[in-house]
Write a protein of this length. Sequence first.
Length: 248
Amino acid sequence: MAKRLVGKVALVTGASSGIGEATAIALAEEGARVAVTARRRDRLDQLAVQLTALGAEPLVLEADLLDEAEAQRVVRDTEAHFGRLDVLVNNAGVMYLEPVAEADLGRWRQMLELNVLSLIASTQAALAGMTARGDGHIVNISSTAGRVANPNAAAYSATKFGVVAFSEALRREVYKHGIRVSVIEPGVVETELRDHIGHAATKDALNAWADSMRQLQSRDVAEAIAFCVTRPPHVNINEILMRPTDQE
Ligand code: NDP
């Protein structure tokens, strides 16, 4: 089958593992040139070897996206290097789960800043170029936690409900410029995301729950993202909510 993203340039945030890594590969397989960003340079360099083999001419951008200036810088660097940015996948995120009464507000501040503010900042940076061309696609990664709020996930859900709300308002601001906005809401995906939960009881319970089911794989989500960005320009997939079959 013909590759559907030949001539396109994509930037994937949080590409050093999990969904972001799989998405960079999926978009490269469709012929896109791909910029990848995260903090772990070694992981990005390993990914770049795979992307090069796929012909994606990867650009590796090491960045801590907690700093919104960095979130904007990676967009500018991608545009400067490739001359354009067609697809921005705002995927970088963390999930710090703990009860509200015991929460470490410093960590929650970081989660709010990365999951929401950084995504807003990179989006803002991408709009000028996309508007000028009258074309572009922004894909934001939310979660089923952006649709259903569960105990111990109050702040994480606040970030992911926030991503859904931001995406819909953004779509209504930019559709007249030919810019598409899609939000992806996966259920449980087998990645490193849960490794960073600090609250032991919550982490153990979540891991046990995840282990009880056939979890989504990063590739499953990457294929949903690839589906969105390979539709013809007049089709905007606004939202994809996807769960493991075994998840309630
Ligand atoms: P991973 O932990 O595997 O990936 C998270 C990515 O975000 C990594 O590449 C990490 O890179 C990057 N990241 C984290 N902090 C920063 C930072 N400060 N600056 C730059 N990059 C950062 O988890 P997933 O692949 O699962 O998560 C990807 C997205 O999917 C997240 O937004 C998550 O909320 C969402 N999601 C995940 C689900 C799941 O069950 N796994 C379900 C629903 C949504 P590095 O550490 O190298 O900086």
